[in-house]
Structure formats: C-alpha cells, structure tokens
Design a protein around this ligand. Structure first.
Ligand code: SF4
Length: 496
C-alpha cells in the first residue's frame, strides 16, 4: 500500500504538476546514492557544514523510513535545555512529514527554523518549502519565532587558514515572505491529497511547468508518444506561440502553417524538418573568411567547487584545469597539444602560462565554440595581472564558430540543437563521441576533476584512469571543432 502522506519534496512536486506528484508516489524511481560532485551530494555536504554554525547541536540520525522514531527523539531533545539546536528535526502534522535542517533553540521557549541550501541565493520555490515546514511546526505546537535561509555566500573568499564557515554562509531572514506564502497554503493541500488518492495517473500536458522549478524526471515518460518533430522540441518557441499552436491543434513542427509567425531560425528549422534537406546560407563562405587555416582549435574544461579549494577563491568560482589544442598549418599539417593540471594545487596560473606558451609566435585565429573560452581568459587576465597582456592577445585572436553554425547552417540531423555534440556527427559522417569510455561530457569532466582535486579519489590506478579519460574527452572536443570547421569550409567552397 502506498503511503499517502505529504512531504516537502512531494509538496513541491505537487505545486509543479499534479502528475509529477502522483508519479513520485506511485511509480517512484529507484534510489541512487548521489555520486561525488552531484547536486545532491553537494547539498548534503553543505548541509552538514552548516551544522558547524550551531554549537551544542545534536543530529536526529534516523532514516526517512523511521519517521515515527525520529519524531520521538526530536521531542526528547526539545525537552532537554542543554540541546541548543537539533539537526534533521522530525515532525508530523495533518499527515505531512517533514525534517527541518536546523531547529535552533531561542529565548522564551521559541525556536528558529533554519533551512540550508547549497544555492547562492533565495529562489521562489524555497519559500513554499519553508512555508510547509512552518505550517507543520506550528501545527505540531512549536513556537517558531524566526525563520532563516542559510545559503552560500559567493562574496566569501577562502583565506590562508581554510574555510571560515560563519562567512561561507549567508543567513537571510525570510519570515515575512514565508508569512505571505502561508496564507494560501492550507487551501491547496486537499487537492494534493485528492491527487495522491487517485487510482489512475492524472492527465497533464507536458509544457513550461516541466522544467520549473526542477527538470521533471518523468519527461521521457510523458513525451514518449509525441511525434519526432513535436513542437515542444522547437527551440525558443515562446509560451504564447506554443499555446496558439496547441489551440489550433498543431502538434508537429512540419504542420505549422506558412502564415504562422516564427523567427527566421525557426522558419529554417521548420522548412528543413519538412523537406529533409539541409539549409546552407549563401554567405557561409564570407562568414568563414577569417577562420583560416592556418588555425588553432581550443577547448577548456573547468570545475566550480561549491566549497573553495584554494586560497583567494570563492564558492562556485569557475576554475579552469584543462585545455586541448589542435593546430593546423597552411599546408594542412595537424598537431595536438594539451594540458591537464596535477590536481594538487590551484591550477589557474599554470593553465594560463602553458596555454600562452603553446600559442606563442603566431597570430593565427584560435577557433572556439561559444564564448566560454573568452570568459575564462578574461577572468584569468584579471586574476594574474602580469599575464594579462599575453592573455588579452589570445582573446583578440579568438574566432567563435557557434554563431556561424547558428545563423548559417541547419541539417535535419542536428535534432534541434547547435551543440558541438549534435553538429559534429551530423556534418562529419563517422565522427562520434560514442566510443569514449567514461567521461563523455563537460559535466562529467568537471565532476571527475573535482573528485581528484578534493582528494576523494587517491587510488593511483583510478587516478590514472580518470586522467586518461579527461585527456581523451577534451581532445575529442577540439577534434570535433576542427572537423566541423573543415566540413563548413567544404559546404561553403565545394570542390569544383
Ligand atoms: S514531464 Fe511535465 S507533465 Fe509530465 S509529470 Fe513531469 S511536469 Fe508533469
């Protein structure tokens, strides 16, 4: 029998979409232990670090399925005045079960509700989450006199003696905003309970609610029956336009009538999808004329440690740790250079110096795909003033291929995406990322290096394997860039 109580996550799911709430409860996904560096793992670690701000605190260690025991232990600690704070305090009221990150004992038998988030500020849906906790606490007879959100303070810089946790967190009083959220909260609960007791899965059209506030885990299930050219896949289709199409009963991109207002890129995508024939702008050659060869093809990998690893860096600061460079000279001769930091020290200076070295003695274009490399180089130039002239010279040589792909080329195989991972295999038959073992995207690369840099992985064989995977992945990305540029050049200047 499925338990039909509400929890914080069920409540937030119910606000997002009733179908998501029902699926979470009736068709739960198997639980996977969060991997190091995942959002869940970061949240858990930061939640534990927040405990350091509350001396004399005790943890309710019972698991979620031991809720009744957790509630009794919480009550015992609330009665013990030696306990100044309770971590993971458990309560139940009106068939809603909650755990409070930190319940802080305050004066006059009152309590402070402290919600800890690993994010960098207040988000709207946090208020719903905290309002539900306040509702349950007050319903259970707890006098809540203060409500705070503890979030990560991005203005904090790590000092020479490690992390100062009091400065790492920012404490935000959200009492007034939560009071406003509480006004309508009780009236919304019966509909959620009704939804949970439905025998059958409720209907809901996939739409803008599927990504806000969370990317819904049931997206594939809900969109499985949609056509391959479903309007939901149409890039940058506004909510208003999507609703207009729905009202007219149009589900497929190819069925969008000629008189329907679309952007110039959407028109291209619709026509390519309908005809199956690629679009190549007449001025592609002109757009490519400054891109060489000779040219270099550059890609960076970076991590964003939530807890800064190096002195002088801030939470979530982007730390580049790896570059790959394919170079092709005017005779078409190719070579490859690369850098992968050792993971023991702050990699930024060495990253910048080795890159300056590798690109010295030439003024050829450095081809990139997006503004990411430019942003990182600009940050490095600000961080290391004695390297700024050399880094600014590299910035001046950057040539971004992405805007050209966006505006001047579209193949049916792009699959509504301009990412290099969609574009390269489409333009260069035989090119693939599929044979890469392990790391095959930027997120995985970032997580892997974070694991190395934070000392989570020390086994030499594992370290070596991860480093090999990182090198192979970044090298593949710059090879993709080179291949895409060559393919675009062939399209612009077909051999006669
Ligand atoms: S994918 Fe969208 S419609 Fe389906 S359950 Fe999730 S939020 Fe609801």
């Amino acid at each position: 029998l499925t338990s039909q109580h509400l929890t914080k996550s069920r409540y937030i799911a119910g606000l997002q979409c009733p179908r998501r709430l029902w699926l979470l409860v009736h068709e739960p996904r198997p639980y996977d232990e969060p991997t190091t560096g995942s959002t869940l793992d970061i949240g858990r670690e930061i939640g534990q670090k927040a405990h350091l701000l509350f001396s004399g605190g005790v943890l309710i260690g019972e698991e979620p399925w031991q809720h009744a025991e957790a509630v009794s232990r919480t009550a015992e600690f609330m009665n013990d005045v030696r306990v100044h704070a309770i971590f993971e305090a458990a309560f139940e009221y009106a068939n809603i079960q909650i755990r409070v990150d930190v319940l802080e004992r305050l004066a006059n038998d009152t309590w402070g509700l402290r919600e800890v988030k690993s994010s960098t500020g207040l988000k709207d849906h946090y208020l719903d989450d905290i309002a539900l906790q306040t509702y349950v606490l007050r319903g259970a007879g707890v006098a809540v006199s203060s409500i705070e959100l503890l979030h990560v303070n991005t203005a904090y810089e790590r000092g020479p003696n490690g992390i100062s946790w009091a400065d790492f967190f920012r404490r935000l009083d959200v009492g007034d905003a939560v009071a406003v959220r509480l006004i309508d909260l009780p009236a919304g609960l019966p509909a959620m309970r009704d939804c949970l007791s439905l025998i059958e899965l409720p209907d809901a059209e996939p739409g803008s609610q599927c990504g806000i506030p969370y990317a819904c885990e049931f997206w594939d299930r809900c969109t499985a029956g949609e056509p391959a050219d479903w309007i939901g896949y149409f890039p940058r289709l506004s909510q208003t336009r999507a609703s207009e199409l729905k009202m007219r009963g149009i589900e497929s991109i190819t069925a969008i009538p000629a008189d329907f207002p679309l952007t110039s890129k959407q028109l291209i995508i619709r026509d390519v999808t309908a005809s199956g024939k690629p679009y190549i702008a007449a001025d592609l050659g002109r757009l490519l004329h400054t891109f060489g060869p000779p040219a270099s093809y550059l890609d960076f990998e970076a991590m964003m440690p939530p807890i800064p690893l190096y002195e002088g860096t801030s939470p979530y600061q982007v730390i580049p740790f790896q570059w790959s460079l394919h170079m092709i000279d005017s005779n078409g001769v190719m070579c490859h250079k690369e850098f992968l930091a050792d993971s023991l020290n702050d990699p930024r200076r060495q990253f910048a110096e080795t890159l300056i070295d590798a690109l010295a003695g030439s003024n050829d274009p450095i081809i990139v795909y997006s503004a990411y490399e430019k942003t990182r180089l600009t940050e490095l130039a600000a961080d290391f003033s004695n390297l700024s002239t050399a880094l600014n010279a590299l910035i001046a040589r950057l040539a971004d291929l992405l805007p050209i792909v966006r505006s001047a080329v579209y193949f049916p195989e792009f699959g509504f995406s301009n990412s290099i991972k969609s574009v390269a295999p489409a333009l260069c038959p035989g090119f693939s990322y599929n044979d890469l073992e392990g790391i095959a995207d930027g997120g995985a690369a970032s997580a892997a290096f974070l694991q190395l840099a934070s000392g989570c992985i020390t086994n030499p064989r594992e370290v070596e394997q991860l480093r090999d995977e990182l090198l192979a992945y970044c090298k593949r990305d710059t090879l993709a860039l080179l291949e895409v540029h060559s393919a675009l050049s062939r399209l612009a200047f077909p051999p006669s």
